[in-house]
Write a protein that binds this ligand. Sequence first.
Ligand code: PLP
Length: 381
Amino acid sequence: MFIDCVYKALRTPKETQQTLEILTEADMLSGDSSVIQLYEQKLSYYFNTKHAIAVSSGTAALHASLLTVIRPGDEVLVPAICVPMTISAILQAGGVPVFYDCSVNSFKPELNDLDKKITPATRVLVTVSMWGYRAIDNDTVTFCRQRNIMIIEDAAQSAGTDSLLGYEGTIGDIGCFSTHEFKLISTGEGGFILTNSDTYAEKIRSFTHIGFSERHGGFGYADGLNYKLSAFQAAVGIVQLTSLDAKIQGREKRKVKWKSLLQSAEGISFLNSDVMSRHNCYSLVCLLNDNAKQSGIELARKLYNVGVNTDTFRYKNTIVSNYPYYKEYYKHPKYTRDNNIDFPNATEMVKKMLVLPCHERVSVEAIHKASQSIMQFIQDA
Ligand SMILES: *Cc1c(COP(=O)(O)O)cnc(C)c1O
């Protein structure tokens, strides 16, 4: 593969040195370490939220957040285009996933569809900012406030995406982030939760610390799991956070390069990143129209055969409710089980999408070479 969407984060010798220095200073290495406190301070400073809670993964962040706000049987609105981890967290928290359509060529919710999906049991809207693109706006927030629905943002892929509303993951009630290897802040495994609510923060902190109650100064006042991050990962995270903006700039260059080489291609346009906002350039989402004479998946397969592995090829652009395990939750009366009818916008987008990586292991020469292949495959179709 001369381009691989699978991101293996680079660390410079200087960054490794800085990480080791932080660890040398550490009072201890567990999740109660001073290094964790420092990491959480730096996260809440960067993202401008009252609270930041470091946890062991993005899935743990989602699970702990959902468990804090729903009761078993509550319905959780979740987008038709997301990752299975989002659904797993809902199921593990005892929630019932209710899949909703996105608006046209966007990862934001289609509010008309949300309206149809709401019942007295609806408690939470989960937004998922796929590939770093925004998935929440003012209309979404107003819609939920008026209906007393909480918003949990799955911002696992969108660390650093910013708009007039603030950073993605700080706009709803609770934001959940992953710092898995593939994400922009890479700590191997890990995640964190952001919120401005004292109540949610206290509950989530307690749950992720095996039920430890800060107010009572002990265990046995609440239930929980050990979802703590270790000082090792937090030390990596502190250094990674420092280079987040530089990383985004590096990705921005690659995204601009892809766009400049592909813009003349008949049949390709690009998913809009909103004006007055910053996309973290996790990946570039291209949309193929009729002139391309093929679906995103077909083009992704041809690219794979010449050495370009894209997320489109790896994940097959599936509507998430189609996974076999979720069959139970994708049936009448809410759905017809015809994707075209249930999620017209998401189905259309999934067909058209070609997702191109912009991370620092993708060289400019490789982008040139791959772009030529893309132009050729469209011409030949
Ligand atoms: C990576 C990811 C997760 C899960 O994060 P982990 O740290 O791997 O548990 C959840 N949601 C989205 C959108 C992701 O990209």
